[in-house]
Design a protein around this ligand. Structure first.
Ligand code: KG4
Ligand code: ZN
Length: 338
């Protein structure tokens, strides 16, 4: 059995997790509330908060797992993509810790990890895991892609956004309505009490399996600007319907290309991953598709949707068993997909 410590620090969550092979023993996440008043992540504040959080978070992850650091077999860390200052904190710590303990260091690509989160097992729970090949819609604050997953580390991006990510579309729509950051979960909550058919927004015209969300944001902005001229309280009076309608639009756009890709590739095992996969509208649309199209769907537990270190640790495990280690000269990368 391999005990692996995973460290995630790519954006604004400092997280550490311990995994025994693919079974999770602990997954600690420190969210950075400091960004809320700025309506978005402030990179310099994020690095500083990571620096403050990293030791306590790792300490807690080891303690909760009941694992002594001397018993760890490897350290896995997010090498990229993400914010450089944030990545530097996690990767520097991981390097020093691995060196000090004289154990292997394993670099992990954050986007691959979101997908491989589907292989995390919980103690005593019989989980279904996808079989290869499957399709995964990875939707986060920075990415929106349809990935053809042929093996653990053989992934092909077959469609992606040409402008904003789906999470950005949620966050920007929320900002337009003066809702707090991050807006995705807030819109999700308000949408539960709203009518998804109350307002209609135009669909993007993009070819293939690609996405576009910037037009939706602009039409939402212009629509509200016009309504506010007639009624300054329009947003306040309609925030549930507005949330439900914008959420329905985003989900419709996401599902349309995903269904197209499933048909084109003849693959009916379909997964979702990333922060936006926490969205109840998207989760419901996936369940509907499983009934309507006979898909076998994989929807991650909430704790593995947004950024977390358990997904880094499990990805690390799949590299560990192949002896895919990283040397001490490795440096983070801000960009770089699968
Ligand atoms: O994967 P993630 O935690 O970080 C990135 O790698 O970007 O994703 C964060 C994104 C944010 O845009 C946030 O608003 C969105 O995921 N998000 C949601 C929900 N929960 C998080 N969007 C819609 N509905 C949610 N319930
Ligand atoms: Zn992420």
């Amino acid at each position: 059995m391999a005990l692996i410590l995973g460290i995630e620090s790519s954006c604004d969550d400092t997280s550490a997790a311990v995994i025994a092979d693919t079974t999770i023993l602990s997954n600690v996440i420190a969210n950075q509330l400091v960004h809320q008043k700025f309506g978005g992540v402030v990179p310099e504040l994020a690095s500083r908060a990571h620096q403050q959080n990293i030791i306590p978070v790792i300490h807690e992850a080891l303690e909760l797992a009941g694992v002594r650091k001397q018993n760890l077999d490897a350290i896995a860390f997010t090498r990229g993509p993400g914010l450089m200052g944030s990545l530097l904190v996690g990767s520097s710590f991981a390097k020093a810790f691995a060196l000090g303990l004289n154990i292997p260091l394993i670099e992990v690509n954050h986007m691959q990890a979101h997908i491989l989160a589907h292989f995390i097992l919980k103690k005593g729970v019989l989980e279904r895991v996808p079989r290869f090949p499957f399709l995964c819609l990875t939707v986060s604050g920075g990415h929106t892609q349809i990935v053809l997953v042929k093996d653990y580390f053989d992934m092909e991006v077959v469609g992606k956004t040409i402008d904003d990510a789906a999470g950005e579309a949620f966050d920007k729509a929320a900002k337009i309505m003066s809702l707090p950051y991050p807006g995705g979960p807030v819109i999700d909550k308000l949408a539960a009490a709203g009518n998804p058919a109350a307002f209609h927004f135009p669909k993007p015209q993009v070819g293939g399996f690609d996405y576009s969300f910037s037009g939706l944001k602009t039409s939402f902005l212009y629509f509200l600007r016009d309504q506010l001229k007639a009624n300054p309280d329009f947003i306040e009076e309609n925030k549930c319907d507005l949330s439900a309608s914008i959420q329905a639009s985003i989900v419709r756009i996401l599902m349309k290309k995903l269904k197209l890709a499933s048909k084109e590739f003849g693959i009916y095992q379909v997964a979702i991953a990333g922060g936006v996969s926490a969205n109840s509208g998207l989760r419901k649309a996936m369940q509907d598709a499983s009934i309507e199209l006979g898909w076998e769907t994989f929807i991650p537990p909430f704790e593995f949707t947004t950024d977390n270190a358990a997904m880094i640790a499990v990805t690390g495990y799949f590299k560990f068993i192949k002896n895919q280690f990283t040397d001490q000269r490795s440096a983070p990368y801000a960009r770089g997909g699968i």
